[in-house]
Design a protein around this ligand. Structure first.
Ligand code: SF4
Length: 467
């Protein structure tokens, strides 16, 4: 239970979003929370960087309730400081902690997390154990590397303490911006829980999915694939847009996953055919190579010949098309089951349909054909305007199809969570940016006005620029 809201069991899948206002700005936060609730959001999360923000959750709670939204639970998002989690537990219905940065040693985790759970019990506060790819603790990295195994181990370590303390109001998340990593890790987490006879609800999300079509495709592929398998109890679509814009997308993904359920029974993996070469986009039936088979979206793949997945959309709504195609066909490429994608949409422009097919293969990491942008969804820590910045970075670099570029709102979580980006543009302070190559910061605190040009210069200096 999160306040009066049930998550898991026979409850419907809950839809949520996160504020990007300053958590110290009560009025702005409450206004945005109301917009999320009015759009259909059932939980609202806010970043709590410090004890001051955690304390102000009480004021947000009070005003939100006064305005008639007492039923919307508030969730505090905590990183790095267990004291902030303790404070937030007094004022919110739920607190998210990140095992990657909660405490350094296991002894410290055990002591502080156990005390935190006692506090949560007293105040009827639920928790989320929220692990992210790219921000595992050094202890886990040393043992497992930045892998699904490490993410699952990190989550299970905290979960076992919850079990021991008989604390049950727990939701789990293992997120990544790479949709394959996200899907495989959730499946592994479920298997690990089953192995220990644990059955806690899951929060699903693709981190740093981005904006516009790409963000929607990535979210629909990752979240939709798992929902179709019956996994997931609450979802958050992370878009670098207004938080309330996430809600209708989440609801659509939810409905579409019911329309395209995965076959019952254990998942059967089929390797891509060794002779098929690069994953193909098929424009028409005549382009299907001899000897290949066609499987309709939603049907299982069998047989040992190269396989084209076919999906036909007869509607006229491009946004609907984007989401439905990703839910219907994305899983085949996430799982490595198919060698080609053939989409027909007679009422939409052919060039848009063709481009979408390439974007979908990119979102599933089946085939890279353009620059990959990993942008954070923004929150109260964000240090610049994400939408305009992302547009400027894209305008300067969108022809670099071999690169992944991270655009992250803050230096606290940004460098870790841009995970496998080749270059990073990260908010360092108000009006200042730091630039990264991989995980290494190469330029610190440069003025924001110069930052895109300096990023271009850095890519050139490192030999990764092509004209
Ligand atoms: S990376 Fe973005 S979403 Fe994550 S904490 Fe920083 S500003 Fe917030």
């Amino acid at each position: 239970m999160v306040g009066a809201l049930q998550i898991g069991g026979d409850a419907p899948v809950r839809v949520q979003s996160m504020l990007n206002t300053s958590t110290n700005d009560t009025e702005a936060s409450v206004s945005q929370a109301i917009r999320i609730a009015e759009a259909g959001g059932e939980l609202v999360r806010a970043t709590t960087q410090g004890v001051k923000e955690a304390k102000n959750m009480a004021a947000i709670r009070q005003l939100l309730s006064q305005k008639g939204y007492a039923h919307i639970p508030l969730v505090a998002d905590v990183h790095f400081n267990p004291l902030v989690a303790d404070e937030a537990a007094l004022h919110c219905e739920k607190v998210r902690v990140n095992p990657g940065n909660y405490a350094k040693t296991y002894d410290e985790i055990e002591q502080k997390f156990t005390a935190f759970l006692q506090l949560c019990k007293q105040h009827h506060t639920a928790i989320r154990i929220g692990v992210n790819h790219g921000s595992l603790s050094q202890r886990m990295l040393d043992r497992y590397g930045d892998t699904p195994e490490g993410m699952v181990a990190s989550c299970m370590e905290f979960l076992r303490i919850c079990q021991r303390e008989q604390f049950d109001d727990v939701v789990l998340s293992v997120k990544a911006s790479n949709t394959r990593v996200m899907v495989y890790t959730v499946r592994q987490l479920v298997a690990a829980m089953d192995h220990e006879d644990m059955h806690y609800p899951l929060h699903l999300g693709v981190t740093e999915a981005g904006t516009g079509e790409d963000g929607r495709i990535k979210s629909a592929v990752g979240i939709g694939t798992l929902l179709a398998e019956g996994l997931g109890d609450t979802i958050r679509v992370s878009l670098s847009e207004a938080p309330e814009a996430e809600i209708p997308v989440a609801k659509r993904i939810l409905a579409l996953s019911a329309k395209y359920p995965a076959p019952a029974g254990p998942l059967e993996y089929r390797r891509r055919h060794p002779d098929a070469g690069v994953v193909r986009v098929i424009g028409s039936e005549s382009e299907i190579p001899a000897g290949w088979q066609v499987v309709e979206a939603g049907q299982p793949v069998a047989g040992n010949v190269p396989t084209v997945v076919h999906w036909c959309y007869n509607g006229v709504d491009f946004e609907e098309f984007i989401l439905e195609g990703a839910v219907a066909t994305g899983r085949y490429f996430i799982n490595g089951d198919a060698d080609g994608l053939w989409i027909e949409a007679p009422n939409l422009a052919t060039d848009k349909v063709q481009r979408y097919a390439y974007d979908l293969l990119q979102a599933t990491r089946a085939r890279m054909s353009k620059t990959e942008y990993i942008s954070c969804p923004t929150c109260g820590r964000t240090l610049f305007d994400m939408e305009t910045t992302l547009a400027r970075v894209k305008a300067a670099t969108s022809h670099l199809s071999h690169l992944k570029i991270g655009v992250m709102g803050c230096i606290v979580n940004g460098p870790g969570e841009m995970a496998d980006a080749d270059y990073g543009y990260v908010g360092a302070g108000r009006g200042t940016i730091s630039l990264y190559k991989g995980k290494t910061c190469l330029e610190k605190n440069i003025p924001e006005a110069e930052a895109v040009d300096r990023l271009v210069a850095l890519i050139k200096d490192c030999g990764d620029w092509v004209e």
